[in-house]
Every structure is written in structure tokens, then in C-alpha cells.
Design a protein around this ligand. Structure first.
Ligand code: SAM
Length: 292
């Protein structure tokens, strides 16, 4: 029997660290205009999408990241009507955002049409409900360009980007965060995919430092996603209103009931609040950034 192919997460190669997956079947592989894209089946994690050697989404644990990147900012905001996703090509976050019936319009700005095209074929569980929903608008563009030019204002901005390499690098710059602030409505909030602090501390410190210079509230919250290797993942938090992060689980629970108490598998009102309680080493990264 032919030896099986192994595909490695190469994001941490500079640290002398690789994690590899034994491939059951490659479903799609392409060097797109922007990045290397491979989608394959794995016996434990289901379908796995990797872009430029970094794990993006697996069907086994996607619910953790997608729920935490959508329900936390929307329920903390409390009156989100216009939501913007930068990146998000697999549409997993869009699917969660659209569970909030009070959201009137969701715009997703994805740079690589290929990611959406094959997600329609291979992640129909995300893309079908999303593209059927009249509130959803898909824009193919560089997120940096979009937020710099748009005259629209968004209550919640979700930066579901790749890591700071290739086309994703620009989404970790002060210019980008400043442009998001311009495109954010009063009282708005932005959350960002901000890596795994145990392996990527500088990325978090830099982002929080920029947030601190631009927004009223700069923080992060955490969740452990098995295939984002290296421990808890940090989601950056940049808000125009400090109160958004201070709601009690009771308030969040009441908002969740009003939103229809849709099914979740990771997020709960208590997990929402607890996610902002940071392990000391991560809290130290955040306060170091704030001293900058
Ligand atoms: N959940 C994943 C993670 O945490 O790494 C991210 C998922 S999603 C697949 C990331 C998306 O960001 C990709 O589809 C990629 O094409 C898109 N992207 C990268 N740079 C971008 C940019 N400058 N503007 C818009 N989308 C971008």
C-alpha cells in the first residue's frame, strides 16, 4: 500500500517546531493568486484547510473559534445591526453571525475568491445557510483597501484573517487598525485572530499596543482550539466603549435569550465572561503592550 502523505503546519518552523497531519485524502490543492491552499481529510479532525502551511479550519474543532469570534463581540455590543468580517473565506464565522436575527447586514471582505469557491463545494454546512441569507454580502477585496475606502459604518468588525504572513500581514498593521476604527460606528468593537501567545507573543503585544493607541479599550480574550497548536489562542479586543467588556454573565445571558438561545457547543454566557480572565503570562503580555 502506498505510503500516506503527511502535511505539516510550518507556521512555527522558525521556532524549530512543526506539527504534521497524516493525510487520508487530498480534496483540493491550488497555488492561488494569493497563497497555497490545500484541503484534505484527516481521520481525527475531519476536513482540514491549510493556507501557506497554517491550519485555518478543521470540521472537528471549528465551532470553538467560530463561536468565540462572533457571539462574544455581538452579545457584548448588545445592539449590533451592521457587522463586517475581514477574511473569513470558509464562512464559518458568517454562519454564526447570521444566527443573530437582530443583525441586519453582514459584509464579508475576503481577498481570495478561490477560498470561497471551494468552501462552497467542501464546507456547504457553512456556506449554504450563509449564501441563502439575504442579509449577507460577499465582497472580494483586500480588507485593508475596503476599510480604508468604505463610507459605511459597522457596529462589530471581526478580523478572521490568516497569520501575519502573505496577504494577511497587512491586517496586523496600525494603519489597518486605524482604518477599522474609522469604519466603526460609535460604541463599536473589533475582534481579531491574534495567534497563540505561548508561541506568538510578539504578535499579540504589537496588536494590543496599536489598539491601546487607537481605541478606548484594548484587551484580549482566550479559548483553547486543539488544532491552533500551542495552548490558548488570543482574540484581540479593540472597543470604542470600555463598558462592552464589563457586562456580567447575567446581562449576556439575558441578551442570548432575547437572541433566541440558538444552539452553541462552546460559547456560554459564563464562558463569555471567563474568557477575559487571562492566565498571568498572557496578562503580562497585554500589560507590557499597554506600557508601550
Ligand atoms: N480561522 C483561521 C485562522 O484563525 O487562521 C482564518 C480563517 S479564514 C480561511 C482566513 C482568510 O483570510 C483566508 O480566506 C484568506 O484568504 C483571508 N485573507 C488573508 N489576507 C487577507 C486580506 N488582506 N484581506 C482579506 N482577506 C484576507
Amino acid at each position: 500500500m502506498a505510503k500516506k502523505r503527511w502535511i505539516s503546519e510550518t507556521l512555527f518552523e522558525p521556532n524549530g517546531f512543526r506539527m504534521s497531519y497524516e493525510v487520508e485524502r487530498v480534496l483540493y490543492e491550488q497555488q492561488t493568486k494569493h497563497q497555497h491552499l490545500v484541503l484534505f481529510e484527516h481521520k481525527l479532525f475531519g476536513k482540514i484547510l491549510m493556507l501557506d502551511g497554517a491550519t485555518q479550519v478543521t470540521t472537528r474543532d471549528e465551532f470553538i473559534y467560530h463561536e468565540m469570534m462572533s457571539h462574544v463581540p455581538i452579545l457584548a455590543h448588545g445592539k449590533a445591526r451592521n457587522v463586517l468580517i475581514i477574511g473569513g473565506g470558509d464562512c464559518g464565522i458568517a454562519e454564526e453571525v447570521l444566527k443573530h436575527k437582530a443583525v441586519k447586514h453582514l459584509t464579508q471582505v475576503e481577498i481570495d475568491a478561490s477560498v470561497i469557491a471551494f468552501s462552497k463545494e467542501h464546507f456547504p454546512e457553512f456556506t449554504k445557510p450563509v449564501f441563502r441569507d439575504k442579509r449577507f454580502e460577499s465582497v472580494i477585496d483586500d480588507g485593508m483597501k475596503f476599510v480604508a475606502q468604505t463610507d459605511r459604518r459597522f457596529d462589530v468588525i471581526i478580523v478572521d484573517s490568516t497569520d501575519p504572513q502573505g496577504p494577511g500581514a497587512v491586517l496586523f498593521t496600525k494603519e489597518f487598525y486605524a482604518a477599522c476604527k474609522r469604519a466603526m460606528a460609535p460604541g463599536g468593537v473589533m475582534v481579531t485572530q491574534n495567534g497563540v501567545p505561548f508561541l506568538q507573543p510578539d504578535e499579540l503585544v504589537t496588536s494590543i499596543g496599536y489598539f491601546k493607541s487607537l481605541y478606548a479599550d484594548a484587551a484580549c480574550y482566550v479559548a483553547a482550539i486543539p488544532t491552533y497548536v500551542g495552548g490558548q489562542m488570543a482574540m484581540g479586543w479593540a472597543a470604542k466603549d470600555k463598558k462592552l467588556r464589563q457586562h456580567t454573565a447575567r446581562t449576556i445571558a439575558a441578551r442570548y435569550r432575547k437572541a433566541g438561545s440558538f444552539k452553541t457547543r462552546y460559547w456560554t454566557p459564563d464562558v463569555h465572561v471567563a474568557a477575559f480572565a487571562l492566565p498571568r503570562f498572557i496578562a503580562e503580555h497585554v500589560s507590557k503592550a499597554k506600557r508601550k
